[in-house]
Write a protein that binds this ligand. Structure first.
Ligand code: SF4
Length: 475
């Protein structure tokens, strides 16, 4: 089994990457503008529905049922897809899924494929895999296209190019397209992309998509989008290959109704998403005449086995948690070094990597202030702070007992066990006042305190402890 490409090779740990990102003022301005706008819009869209909380609970319940009976629903889905003329493939990991897709593309004898925006194909590193084999994947979602043409990395689940402003986008288009936009007006940019993509749609023989949902009872696959470019890929080419994480199931059409309300309001703050494409196998004379569904595990069954962590598999990738996260807003998505950034990335990525010995993945559960804003907005009520602390405990256990953090915790436990020791420690702690800067915060302590101050400031230690104050006044 090869390396899981869900994290980017060579990415630093989150504290180091965040430190660099925080120095980029343009990035922070772009992000603040975008997240502030979408946060306000989402709140308005959600407030319109009096039964929002009931919908959230329904979403949670349906997904929990799916996860509890995943084997049954997957087999049902496979039977329904096959009965309608589709072909189902099972992939244990990224390598297997990529190989299946490449073999299917090669069998069609093409060297270019069009792609619908899809997180799961990014998770398995499908684009670089195809490129290495001489097949050019063309992203058709506008934001994905910006990332692809800019040789960049995505920084948001829904808006992968959220870190770019209009002037930067025009520059990227001017370098990567034959149609150069005459200005950075959004309409000019969209028009240039439309002309560029039109030629691709008309010549593509094979399309690759992800899936937002799959309905087990009918074998129907659902993709929701805003631009309509996805629909072109899903209908024009002769062959359609869909790669889907095994948790994307809903049992019935009635269940789908809940998610088609939860998703658009949580993600784009729309009452309904503009384009909902649904297909069940193949229909002669209508759309692709060959349909392949690749069902991907890639760490999901391992996550399912974790009673606390498995709730991350309820995620419908709406990105609401990113838009409210104070950490994400300041660092941007690339600092997470993973296809899945923000709060959901901080809990999903380490579980998909499945190795808390991996320093970069193990640093992600710390990329949070634990403020709980992500839990409040999550349409399927994933208790992200609970999973974060659960994974932090796993990360600590995975490290050697002799690491500085474990030693510090053991020292703290020894100190708290005895009131005398505790008071002595407080007196020693007061010496840290000598390191206070002009703003009343301690930015740098000598070792071992530097382990803490490397990534955060410490508030000034009071001159007198509460116990000493109490003795002086009441004692
Ligand atoms: S964790 Fe919840 S809020 Fe975040 S992307 Fe997933 S469904 Fe949306």
């Amino acid at each position: 089994m090869g390396r899981n490409p869900v994290t980017w090779l060579g990415s630093p740990t989150f504290p180091r990457a965040a430190h660099t990102a925080l120095g980029d003022t343009q990035l922070r301005t772009n992000l603040r503008k975008a997240t502030t706008t979408i946060r306000a819009k989402r709140a308005e869209a959600v407030a319109e529905l009096p039964d929002w909380e009931r919908l959230r609970k329904a979403g949670q319940t349906i997904k929990d049922d799916v996860l509890a009976h995943l084997d049954t629903y997957l087999v049902r889905l496979e039977e329904a897809v096959t009965a309608r003329g589709g072909v189902v493939h099972w992939a244990r990991d990224a390598e297997e899924a990529n190989r299946i897709v490449l073999d299917l593309v090669r069998a069609k004898g093409v060297d270019e494929v069009v792609k619908v925006k899809s997180m799961v194909t990014a998770e398995i590193g499908l684009n670089p895999y195809l490129e290495a084999a001489g097949v050019r994947p063309v992203e058709t979602d506008l934001a994905e296209l910006i990332v692809q043409l800019g040789n960049d990395r995505p920084s948001h689940i829904l808006v992968p190019a959220i870190h770019r402003n209009r002037a930067e986008i025009r520059e990227i288009f001017a370098r990567g397209m034959s149609e150069v936009p005459s200005s950075d007006d959004p309409r000019e940019l969209a028009e240039a992309a439309r002309k560029h993509l039109r030629r691709k749609f008309l010549s593509a023989k094979v399309a690759i998509s992800g899936a937002n949902f799959a309905v087990a009872e009918t074998g129907s696959i659902v993709v929701v989008e805003s631009e309509g470019n996805g629909r072109m890929c899903l209908t024009l080419p002769e062959t359609l290959i869909t790669v889907m994480g095994i948790e994307k199931l809903v049992p019935t059409w009635r269940d789908l109704e809940v998610f088609l309300q939860l998703l658009p309001r949580s993600s784009t703050a729309e009452r309904m998403n503009p384009y909902t494409s649904v297909w069940s196998g193949v229909t002669p004379g209508d759309g692709p005449d060959e349909f392949h569904l690749v069902l991907l595990d890639n760490g999901r069954t391992a996550a399912l086995a974790d009673e606390v962590g498995r709730q991350a598999l309820r995620c419908i990738r709406c990105s609401a948690c990113l838009n409210v996260c104070p950490v994400y807003e300041r660092t941007g998505g690339q600092a997470y070094g993973s296809v899945y950034p923000g709060p959901i990335g901080a809990i999903l990525t380490p579980q998909l990597v499945g190795d808390m010995g991996d320093e970069q993945a193990a640093s992600l559960p710390y990329a949070s202030s634990l403020c709980g804003a992500c839990y409040e907005v999550c349409p399927v009520r994933i208790d992200i702070p609970e999973v974060l602390t659960h994974l932090r405990a796993q990360a600590v256990r995975a490290r050697s007992k002799r690491n500085p953090e474990a030693l510090a915790m053991a020292g703290a436990a020894w100190m708290f066990r005895d009131p005398q020791r505790y008071e002595t420690a407080q007196r020693i702690g007061a010496l840290a006042r000598f390191f206070t800067g002009g703003d009343g915060r301690i930015k740098r302590l000598p070792w071992p305190g530097s382990k803490w101050t490397d990534s955060r400031d410490v508030p000034e230690v009071p001159r007198e402890s509460f116990r000493a104050w109490w003795r002086r006044h009441r004692g």
